[in-house]
Design a protein around this ligand. Structure first.
Ligand code: KG4
Ligand code: ZN
Length: 336
C-alpha cells in the first residue's frame, strides 16, 4: 500500500490531496481563487501566486486532517512541476520540497496534463492502448498511449486551447470568468440562430479555436452596428456546437484510425455537459472502444489527479531531487 500526498498549484486552485495506491482518495482539498479573479475577468498571475502563498499551509493541513493520516503514513510527495503559471507553480513546488526535506520523503514531480489523464483511474482501471482527449484552459490535445505512462501527442491545437476560447467568448459576451460553465448553461436554452465558420486545420487531428473566437467577436460587433441585440443563449449555442462538433468529429476519426481499447476525456472542458452527451451518444453503438468520462470533481484542477499520476510515476521510479524547479512550459513525458 502506498499513500502519496499530492500538491497542485499550477493556475488558480491551491490544492492538496492524499491518495492511496493512485486510485483511492483519502482527502481532496481544493481552495479556489475564482471569486477574486472574476473581478478582473481572468486569472491575474501575480494575484494568483500571492493567494497560493497565503493558502498553501492551511490546505495541506486540512488535507492531512481529513485523510486521518499523519506524515508518518505518507510514502512520498507528488507535486505539479508544470505546465502552468510560473509564480503559481513555484509555491506548490516549494511546499513539496520543504515537506519532503523536513519529513524525509521522496519527491515525485508530475506533469499537470498527465494528472488530468490519470484522474480517470478514479472511475476505472485504464486499458491500453488508450486515447485521451485532453482539453483544458491551457491545452487541447489528442494523446495516444500504447502502454501505461507512454504518451504521444497525435493532435493538438494550432492556436488557442478550447477552454481559453470558452473564456474569451464569455468575455466578449460579458458573461464573466470562467467562461466554460456559464456558456454550457446558457447554450442549453439557445436555438440555432447564428452561424459560425467551422475551424480549419492542417493535420487531421489538430484543432483551431482562435478563428472561431474572432468570428464570434466580429458577429457581435456586426449585430451591434446594425442595432440588433445579441441573444447570449443563441450565441453560446452557436459557439459551443461549432467548437465541440469539430473536436468530437476529429476525435472519432482518430479513434477509428487507431482503435484504442479506451477513450478517456480529461481536463476542465471535460466537465461540459454537451460534450459529455455528444460523446456518450457517439459511443453508444461502438463496442470496440470503451468511453470513460471522469466525474465532475476531477475534471477541473485538483490535487487528487496529481496523486493518481504521481503514483504511476512513483511505481516507475521517476523521482525528483531538490534541484527540481517549476517548469511553466513542461512538455508531456517523452515529448520534445
Ligand atoms: O483543467 P482546468 O481546470 O485548468 C487548466 O488546466 O487549464 O480547465 C479550466 C478550463 C477553463 O477554461 C474553463 O472555462 C473550462 O475549463 N471549463 C469548461 C467547463 N467547466 C470548466 N468549459 C466548458 N464547459 C464547462 N462546463
Ligand atoms: Zn488543468
Amino acid at each position: 500500500m502506498t499513500v502519496l500526498m499530492a500538491i497542485e498549484s499550477s493556475c488558480d486552485e491551491t490544492a492538496c490531496a492524499l491518495v492511496r495506491d493512485g486510485h483511492e482518495i483519502l482527502s481532496n482539498i481544493v481552495s479556489s481563487q475564482i471569486n477574486v479573479h472574476t473581478l478582473y475577468g481572468g486569472v491575474v498571475p501575480e494575484v494568483a501566486s500571492r493567494i497560493h502563498v497565503e493558502n498553501i499551509s492551511a490546505v495541506v493541513q486540512e488535507a492531512l486532517d481529513k485523510s486521518g493520516c499523519t506524515m508518518d503514513d505518507v510514502d512520498g510527495i507528488a507535486f505539479t512541476q508544470g505546465p502552468g503559471l510560473i509564480g503559481s507553480l513555484h509555491v506548490g513546488v516549494q511546499a513539496a520540497k520543504t515537506l519532503a526535506w523536513a519529513f524525509h520523503k521522496p519527491l515525485i514531480p508530475v506533469n499537470h496534463m498527465t494528472g488530468h489523464i490519470y484522474a480517470n483511474r478514479f472511475v476505472s482501471e485504464l486499458e491500453f492502448p488508450m486515447m485521451a482527449l485532453v482539453i483544458s484552459g491551457g491545452h487541447s490535445q489528442i494523446v495516444w498511449m500504447e502502454n501505461d505512462w507512454d504518451f504521444k501527442v497525435i493532435g493538438e491545437t494550432m492556436d488557442d486551447a478550447i477552454g481559453e476560447a470558452y473564456d474569451k467568448v464569455a468575455r466578449v459576451l460579458h458573461l464573466g470568468y470562467p467562461g466554460g460553465p456559464v456558456i454550457d448553461r446558457l447554450a442549453k436554452q439557445g436555438k440555432p440562430h447564428y452561424t459560425l465558420p467551422v475551424p480549419k486545420t492542417a493535420g487531421p487531428y489538430d484543432f483551431s479555436f482562435s478563428g472561431l473566437k474572432t468570428a464570434v467577436l466580429q458577429l457581435v460587433q456586426r449585430e451591434e452596428r446594425q442595432g440588433r441585440e445579441i441573444i447570449p443563449e443563441d450565441m453560446a449555442y452557436a459557439f459551443q456546437e461549432t467548437a465541440l462538433g469539430s473536436m468530437v468529429q476529429k476525435t472519432l476519426k482518430a479513434v477509428d484510425e487507431y482503435h484504442p481499447r479506451m477513450l478517456v476525456l480529461a481536463g476542465g472542458v471535460a466537465a461540459n455537459s454537451r460534450l459529455r452527451q455528444m460523446m456518450t451518444d457517439a459511443f453508444a453503438e461502438r463496442t470496440d472502444t470503451k468511453l470513460i468520462i471522469p466525474p465532475m470533481y476531477c475534471c477541473t484542477d485538483n490535487a487528487a489527479m496529481i496523486g493518481a499520476a504521481g503514483y504511476i510515476a512513483y511505481t516507475h521510479g521517476l523521482l525528483g531531487d531538490f534541484s527540481v524547479s517549476a517548469d511553466p512550459g513542461l512538455l508531456m513525458p517523452g515529448e520534445e
